[in-house]
Ligand binder design. Structure first.
Ligand code: DN4
Ligand code: BGC
Ligand code: ZN
Ligand code: ZN
Length: 361
């Protein structure tokens, strides 16, 4: 048994505490690791609030260690050609079950109901907010760029965006989505929401040539507007200024009313990526006009969750590119560094929050 400090919840009931736990050392592991920074997001807050009914504790345990957005240091590792002691790595959140997608490293596309598929810190597997972590090399992605520093903690949330663009690339091929110059330059991407995932979507959209606008139902704080401006991203408070003629719509709000408000502004052959989840959002009465609008314009609506190992690698490449061009703005994405004892951050979003992280060591 290893006694250690950890941040735990009781899934799916919720609650949070920083406490001492005992965990048995696994029979087999390749590497012993410890957290450096761990981000927190809507998923962690939903778990603590008891709002995510799909979450559960590891088998036979009455608690779940939180934390899936991790940047870890390798403290010890068996002989191998990939990572060494002292390296920084990002661990995969989702671990494969036995279905065909899981067996090819695409557990992000797991077939429904695979009982052996788990997500660290979310479903049936302890997360990374604990002093000692044991893992296998195949689930670790090395941070190669030493200049990234703490920004590497954004790899996990960004990997979801990389996968969503893979989905976009597949579904947008049903017709010619590009302009007559065969590029995406000038195509309009609108992102509902202005949280951390929205920021990462906006930068990835700019990289592809989209004209990108983030929207929310209120004005935004100065710190957020400054970063958007630096990356060439626009912002609109849609209660005052409603964007029109959208080619790619990404939702990070999970609010059906807002999604349909914007869906009715999507162009022919447009793509809608549903990403935000909010089981508590009020319903929206979809009518025949809504269905007609989607059908008559060949609009594709696609859900996207999680990501595969390749998307963690792509995320690290994008972070390095952005960090080279905008090092200060990238650091400013981390708006608050908490101590592990500050568990109030799971209940309250600090004002102007983009990404709150826990500095573990
Ligand atoms: P977040 O920082 O809470 O972002 C949510 C954003 O949506 C905030 O800016 C909200 O605004 C905004 N919002 C809420 N309601 C509305 C509305 N009616 N109209 C416009 N904007 C609205 O969370 P995050 O960026 O960490 O994650 C975004 C969403 O993606 C969450 O629902 C996550 O659960 C989900 N997610 C999915 C995956 C996946 O599919 C991965 C990670 C996260 P305000 O709070 O500023 O007012 O793999
Ligand atoms: C994580 C994903 C995970 C999802 C589960 C997100 O916060 O980034 O990896 O699949 O939560 O809902
Ligand atoms: Zn997260
Ligand atoms: Zn599976």
């Amino acid at each position: 048994m290893t006694e250690q400090k950890a941040i735990v919840t009781d899934a799916p009931r919720g609650g949070v505490k920083y406490t001492s736990i005992d965990l048995a050392e696994p029979e087999h592991y390749d590497a012993k690791l410890s957290p450096v920074y761990i981000g927190i997001c809507g998923t962690d807050r939903g778990e603590v609030a008891g709002a995510l009914s799909f979450t559960y504790n590891p088998e036979g345990q009455n608690f779940l260690v939180l934390g899936h957005e991790a940047l870890l240091r390798v403290d010890d590792v068996k002989d191998n050609d990939y990572i060494k002691k002292g390296d920084l790595v990002v661990p995969l959140v989702r671990r494969p079950g036995k279905c065909v997608n899981c067996r090819i490293g695409r557990q992000d596309n797991c077939s429904i109901g695979d009982p052996d598929k788990h997500e660290a810190g979310i479903t049936g597997l302890h997360g990374f907010m604990r002093d000692v972590i044991y893992d296998d090399i195949e689930y670790l992605v090395k941070v190669e760029d030493p200049d990234l520093g703490k920004t590497a903690v954004l790899t996990e949330p960004l990997k979801n965006v990389m996968k969503a663009f893979e989905v976009f690339d597949v579904v947008s091929k049903r017709s010619i989505f590009f302009g007559e110059d065969s590029t995406l330059i000038g195509k309009r991407m609108v992102i509902i929401g202005s949280g951390s995932e929205a920021f990462l979507y906006s930068f990835a959209g700019i990289d592809r040539g989209f004209d990108v606008t983030m929207v929310n139902r209120h004005d935004e704080t100065e710190n957020k507007l400054k970063i958007m401006d630096e990356f060439g991203v626009k912002f609109a408070n849609y209660l005052k200024d409603m964007p029109e003629k959208i080619d790619l719509l990404v939702d990070t709000s999970g609010d059906p009313t807002t999604v349909f408000k914007f869906l009715r502004k999507v162009n022919n052959n447009g793509v809608v990526i549903l990403f935000g989840t909010n089981g508590k959002a009020p319903g929206y009465p979809v009518d025949g006009e809504d269905i007609d609008y989607i059908v008559e314009r060949n609009i594709t609506i696609a859900g996207s969750v999680d990501a595969a190992k390749i998307h963690y690698v792509q995320a690290l490449q994008s972070l390095s590119n952005w960090n080279r061009r905008h090092p200060d703005a990238m650091k400013d994405l981390i708006t608050y560094e908490a101590k592990p004892t500050e568990t109030n951050i799971f209940f309250q979003k600090p004002h102007g929050e983009i990404k709150t992280v826990i500095k573990w060591q």
